[in-house]
Design a protein around this ligand. Structure first.
Ligand code: PHE
Length: 490
């Protein structure tokens, strides 16, 4: 094999003598990979006028994988002949060899061996492995293989004809064998000294691809979030401000008519904040109305009939659901004067969970709230159907459930084709009058709400089985770098 060192220079020297050559023939002659020769020619083309090239397509015989194997190791018929040796061999032993079957058939056909009662003996004393010789010749592009021999090798699928793109190269108008080094950069020094005048500069390559600049990457969850946001916007929803991870128990629980003894308000379920441990600013009359509805009832409700304590409501927590945000927003809406509203939020919530493949202590909720006069459960189901259709989910089922702040309440199930079962994808309901009326919303206003996790559809979308591979400190950054844009409806 010829040295590829300074191959372009070798090519120039060769062209000086030969005036013209074909890249395939040169590669064969120098026993080099054709692509190496093409690469060297291409690099010379950067020097204007040195070479002229013409594209040609050439038919060439190439060894198949089996052909290469026979050229390297010998043909099966020859291997059989060798194996049989001067002593002969059992036919069964030959058949066990990888070359046995084809080798026997060919060696018999060539009358190299014969079989007698299961024993194979040599019929010829000496043979030449011409199949191997022909393959070796063709491999180096030699022309001493006859047309008949080629036909036979083709039939045995040891060679095949392929089209190869080659270049016919001849001298260009400014051909030279001593190329000046081409400068890639024009430097201030060259300008100052005037040396640029005698220099050759590399041509700009406007087709070359630039270096991909390093940049930030959106987390898959954020990509799914932006899809959800688009769906909400397309249905006329506005986004609620969710920049408040720390919330008072009042807005997280009390405002939602969740009694102070409710198990969800216990440290096993909720993270309490130690500093600052309490909130003290609340709308006073509203707080009084909340206290009353919990302890004594009102608005047609008997309440829970217990001793409601401000101390419990003051406790700061990491919000356990974005419904705390909805509560603030609905109260605000009542203060501003009611107008029909469709609101949503998508943000982080916190629960004191035991961590496993589907549970983290912090996750994201997608929440929608619709406030309108004389809204009913039928409207809520209609909104879901539309919302989930836009997500690409059409097979929905609803199951009655319980929330302290909604009545009726429904869990939403979707049929998961991959898991072939119904999976819970959300929770919802019509907010109770005990929650809405103390806020000051008109009595004929109904509010429907729903919440779902952001992680779950993302896991389904990206085929992620463990939530820890999606969110938190253990995620693989390459997943973040390489995951595609999200289209939920596809
Ligand atoms: N807050 C509920 C949850 O965390 C979801 C929900 C929102 C239910 C609004 C009803 C109305 O599961």
């Amino acid at each position: 094999v010829r040295s590829t060192e300074n191959l372009p220079q070798q090519i120039l020297d060769f062209l000086q003598e030969s005036n013209e050559f074909n890249s395939i023939q040169l590669a064969q002659q120098w026993n080099l990979d054709h692509q190496k020769v093409i690469g060297a020619i291409k690099s010379l083309l950067a020097n204007e006028g040195v070479l002229t090239t013409k594209d040609v397509t050439e038919k060439r015989l190439e060894l198949t994988n089996e052909g290469v194997q026979f050229a390297n190791e010998g043909s099966p018929e020859y291997l059989v002949f060798e194996f049989v040796g001067t002593d002969g061999a059992a036919q069964a032993d030959i058949q066990k060899k990888p070359f046995g079957k084809i080798g026997m058939a060919k060696a018999m056909q060539f009358k190299w061996v014969s079989v007698d009662k299961g024993r194979v003996v040599r019929q010829a004393t000496e043979v030449t492995d011409s199949t191997r010789k022909q393959l070796e010749s063709l491999r180096i592009g030699s022309s001493d293989v006859s047309e008949n021999e080629k036909k036979e090798l083709k039939k045995r699928k040891l060679i095949s004809e392929v089209n190869i793109k080659a270049l016919v190269v001849s001298k260009g108008t400014s051909f030279t064998t001593s190329l000046a080094k081409q400068e890639a950069d024009l430097t201030p020094e060259m300008i100052a000294s005037g040396s640029w005048k005698d220099m050759q500069f590399k041509k700009y390559n406007f087709d070359s691809l630039g270096v991909v600049p390093s940049s930030g990457h959106l987390h898959p969850l954020m990509k799914v979030r932006s899809e959800f946001r688009q769906i909400f916007f397309s249905m006329g929803f506005s986004e609620m401000a969710t920049n408040r991870y720390v919330e008072s128990s009042f807005w997280n629980f009390d405002a939602l008519f969740q009694p102070q003894q409710h198990p969800a308000r216990d440290a096993h379920d909720t993270f309490f904040v130690s500093d600052p441990a309490i909130s003290t600013k609340f709308p006073e009359d509203y707080l009084e109305r909340v206290k009353t509805v919990h302890s004594k009832g009102g608005y047609g409700s008997a309440g829970y009939n217990y001793d409601w304590k401000i101390e419990e409501a003051q406790k700061n927590v990491l919000r356990t659901h974005t419904t705390a945000v909805s509560a603030r927003q609905l109260y605000q809406l009542a203060q501003e004067g009611f107008r029909p509203s469709k609101l949503f939020s998508i943000d982080r919530v916190f629960r004191n969970e035991t961590l496993d493949a589907t549970h983290l202590a912090e996750f994201h909720q997608v929440e929608g709230v619709i406030a309108e006069k004389n809204l009913s459960l039928a409207h809520l189901i209609g909104i879901f159907t539309e919302f989930f259709k836009k997500l690409g989910i059409t097979n929905l089922r609803f199951k009655p459930t319980y929330n302290p702040y909604t009545e009726p309440s429904m869990e939403i199930f979707a049929y998961h084709q991959g898991l072939t079962k119904w999976v819970e994808i959300g929770n919802s309901g019509m907010f109770r009058p005990e929650m809405l009326l103390p806020m000051g919303l008109p009595a004929d206003v109904n509010v429907a709400g729903y919440g779902l996790s952001l992680e779950r559809p993302t896991m389904i979308k990206y085929g992620i089985n463990n939530i820890r591979d999606l969110f938190g400190s253990k995620i693989d950054l390459n997943v973040v770098y390489n995951n595609p844009i999200c289209r939920l409806d596809k």
